[in-house]
Write a protein that binds this ligand. Structure first.
Ligand SMILES: C[S@@+](CC[C@H](N)C(=O)[O-])C[C@H]1O[C@@H](n2cnc3c(N)ncnc32)[C@H](O)[C@@H]1O
Length: 297
C-alpha cells in the first residue's frame, strides 16, 4: 500500500479483555475508567473489528479528547485519573468514526507536518511522512544553491497540487524570503490551503490559485507572476482502476483523488515548468511512485 494509514505510527500493544464489546451512550463506568483503561478498551474493540493501527488510533483519540497531541505526552496524572462522562462520550463518538474506517487525521481534524499544525478535512489528501523528505530536499536545494533566487532575495516557488497546503506552507515557514504560488484543481483543497495559510499567518506570501494544470493553456494564468525559481509537486498517484483494491480509509474518504485520463505526473510537471519559463538554475522537485513513473513513460 502506498500510504501507511497512520503514517507508520502503529504499534500493536497489549489489551485487556473487557466483558463488553462496545459502550452505550450513558456509561455506568463513567468516573471509574482511567485514560489508560479507555485506550486498552478501544484498542481491543478496534482489533476485534479489524481496524488497522488499533492501539495508535485509540491513543490518538483519547489524547485528543484530553487536550494533548499524543498519549505519550500526557502528564502521568491524566493517564491514571478517571475520565468524565463527557470525555468518555466524546471518545466514543470519535471512535465510532474510526470504526467506519475514517482516517485518524480526519477524525482529529488536524495533523502535524514539518512542525506545523495543519487542519485536515476529507476529501483533501493527508500529507505523508515521505513528503516531509521532499520538503527537506527542496530546502537543501535552496539553501545550498550558489545562484541567487528571486527578486526579493528568496525563491519564487510554484506548487502543483497543493492539497492541504502542507508543502507550500512548510516551505514558506522555513524560507522567510520566499513566495509561493499554490495551485490545485480541487475546490476543497484550495479552501483548506487558504484556511491553513490564514491559521499560520502566511497569507501575505502565498497566492492560492484554483487551476487544473492539464487543461490546455491553463499555465498561461501563471505567467504574470514571472519565471519560477522552483516547481515542487507531489502529484496524484492513485489510479482510478486501483481504487477498489485500496483500504476503506482511502476508498471511502478520498474518492475524488484518483487519477483519470490526463494526469499531472512528474512528466507533466516538467512540461508545465518549461512553459513557465524557468530560470537557467531553476529546480523541479517531484515526488513519484515507481508505478506512476512507469505509467508516464
Ligand atoms: C497526492 S495529492 C498531494 C497534496 C499535497 N501536495 C500533499 O503532498 O499533501 C495531489 C493533489 O493534486 C491535485 N490535482 C490532481 N490533479 C490536478 C490537476 N490536473 N491540476 C491541479 N491539481 C491537481 C489534487 O487535487 C491533490 O490535492
Amino acid at each position: 500500500m502506498l500510504q501507511a494509514l497512520l503514517s507508520g505510527l502503529g504499534r500493536k500493544g497489549g489489551t485487556r479483555g473487557w466483558a463488553f464489546s462496545s459502550w452505550q451512550p450513558y456509561l455506568p463506568l463513567a468516573g471509574l475508567l482511567s485514560a489508560t483503561e479507555v485506550v486498552s478498551h478501544w484498542t481491543a474493540v478496534f482489533e476485534k473489528r479489524g481496524i488497522p493501527e488499533a492501539q495508535a488510533s485509540s491513543e490518538y483519540i483519547v489524547a485528543h479528547v484530553l487536550g494533548a497531541k499524543t498519549f505519550q505526552s500526557l502528564r502521568p496524572v491524566l493517564r491514571t485519573q478517571p475520565l468524565s462522562p463527557w470525555q468518555l462520550q466524546h471518545v466514543q463518538k470519535l471512535s465510532s468514526c474510526r470504526l467506519q474506517r475514517m482516517p485518524v487525521q480526519y477524525i482529529l481534524g488536524e495533523w502535524d507536518f514539518q512542525g506545523l499544525s495543519l487542519k485536515m478535512a476529507p476529501p483533501v489528501f493527508i500529507p505523508r511522512p515521505e513528503t516531509e523528505e521532499l520538503v527537506e530536499w527542496v530546502l537543501k536545494e535552496v539553501t545550498q544553491s550558489s545562484c541567487p533566487m528571486g527578486a526579493q532575495g528568496g525563491p519564487l516557488i510554484l506548487e502543483v497540487g497543493c492539497g492541504s497546503g502542507a508543502i507550500s506552507l512548510s516551505l514558506l515557514s522555513q524560507l522567510p524570503q520566499s513566495r509561493v504560488i499554490a495551485v490545485d484543481k480541487g475546490e476543497a483543497a484550495i479552501c483548506l490551503t487558504q484556511e491553513n495559510a490564514q491559521r499560520l499567518r502566511l497569507l501575505d506570501r502565498i497566492q492560492i490559485v484554483p487551476l487544473d494544470v492539464t487543461l490546455e493553456g491553463s499555465w498561461s494564468h501563471l505567467l504574470p507572476w514571472g519565471p519560477m525559481d522552483l516547481v515542487v509537486s507531489n502529484p496524484p498517484y492513485i489510479f482510478h482502476q486501483d481504487m477498489e483494491q485500496l483500504a476503506p480509509e482511502i476508498r471511502r474518504y478520498r474518492k475524488n483523488e484518483a487519477r483519470r485520463g490526463k494526469m499531472p505526473g512528474p512528466r507533466s510537471c516538467r512540461g508545465l515548468a518549461r512553459r513557465l519559463g524557468l530560470r537557467p538554475y531553476s529546480r523541479l522537485c517531484c515526488e513519484s511512485s515507481c508505478s506512476q513513473t512507469r505509467a508516464e513513460n
